[in-house]
Design a protein around this ligand. Structure first.
Ligand SMILES: Cc1cc2nc3c(=O)[nH]c(=O)nc-3n(C[C@H](O)[C@H](O)[C@H](O)COP(=O)(O)O)c2cc1C
Length: 295
């Protein structure tokens, strides 16, 4: 027990699913010795609810989330007559995959779904690269690790920090300083040892979204296409997630750009990992918008 997250030891069956799906890898399963929390990673908990959503015995508790109030059982149809609502309510970010390739026909259907995404205005700027060769993703990971290792080191240097700030602008700089660097400081040791892949998540397939850096409005179009893509993946029995950590790594490494055939002058804006989900979630999570005003 700690002051953030806790496990009811009396009901916990030690299945370890909470540790498996936690995006921050905060818990460690020590065989029959139980599940313990990594104190250094506890502050990284973003209360995503993944571990609570998968726990078969409702033993895992994130402070501030309640099984009764914040979740619904997957078997409970929320709106039985509205297929669409069932579809969007049962989707989760999938970061644990079966060791099974994704058939090309399904990837093609996901791409087809993206073609229905509305662009802000034409001409269409979204370009995608579908990586069906898992080996390329595995080969790319060490380069991504190298980029983040370099970033963490650079952020320790005041002159390099200034340079990064000028280069990315103040909003992105804040994300790097307050989110990416603490995250990577925690993840890099295991990433470098090759015992944990918290960037590409051992995904069997991936889609990269890019566009000519000078084209207007391309980022919004890409995020809408990406959303259509992961909803299509869900309905096709696949799972995946947007991965914001991947595009900047590719963008900042020539070898990665070459590996993924990103055209010169294009900016990688989004990425989506894909595969067959390894686990089935027991429940979905209800979230409120920050505010809803009616006028
Ligand atoms: C634009 C976007 C970028 C994301 N980037 C990452 C990422 O880099 N790494 C990661 O583990 N999850 C990433 N996610 C997944 C979110 O963390 C996840 O959607 C969130 O925790 C909510 O969980 P849910 O999708 O299961 O409802 C991203 C999601 C979105 C929409």
């Amino acid at each position: 027990m700690n002051d953030t997250n806790s496990i009811n030891q009396e009901t916990c069956k030690l299945c370890g699913l909470c540790a498996e799906v936690c995006p921050m890898k905060i818990m460690i399963k020590k065989g029959a010795g139980g599940i313990s929390f990594r104190q250094d990673r506890l502050p990284l908990c973003m209360k995503c609810g993944q571990s609570m959503a998968i726990c078969p015995t409702q033993s895992f508790i994130v402070k501030g989330l309640s099984y009764a109030k914040d979740f619904f059982e997957m078997s409970d149809p929320i709106a039985p007559d509205i297929v669409f609502f069932n579809l969007i309510a049962t989707r989760r970010a999938i970061r644990n995959f079966k060791d099974r390739p994704v058939p090309k026909e399904l990837l093609e259907k996901i791409v087809q779904a993206m073609t229905f995404a509305p662009p802000g205005f034409t001409p269409i700027k979204t370009e995608i690269t579908v990586i069906q060769d898992t080996e390329i993703i595995r080969k790319a990971l060490p380069y991504m690790i190298k980029v983040y290792d370099g970033l963490v080191k650079a952020m320790n240097n005041p002159i390099a920090r200034l340079f990064i700030r000028q280069n990315v602008g103040s909003a992105k700089y804040k994300t790097i300083k307050n989110h990416v660097v603490p995250l990577m400081k925690s993840r890099l040791p295991e990433l470098k040892l090759g015992v944990e892949d918290t960037i590409t998540r051992y995904a069997p397939a991936m889609i990269l979204f890019h566009a000519d850096r000078n084209e207007e409005n391309h980022e919004t179009d890409i995020h809408i296409a990406l959303t259509y893509g992961f909803l299509a993946a869900h309905v096709l029995g696949l799972g995946g997630s947007a991965m914001d950590l991947i595009p900047p790594a590719i963008q900042n490494n020539r070898e990665l750009k070459r590996m993924f055939s990103i055209p010169e002058g294009n900016m990688v804006v989004g990425s989506m990992i894909l595969g067959y989900p390894k686990y089935r979630y027991q429940r979905g999570i209800k979230r409120e918008l920050k505010s809803v005003s009616w006028i």
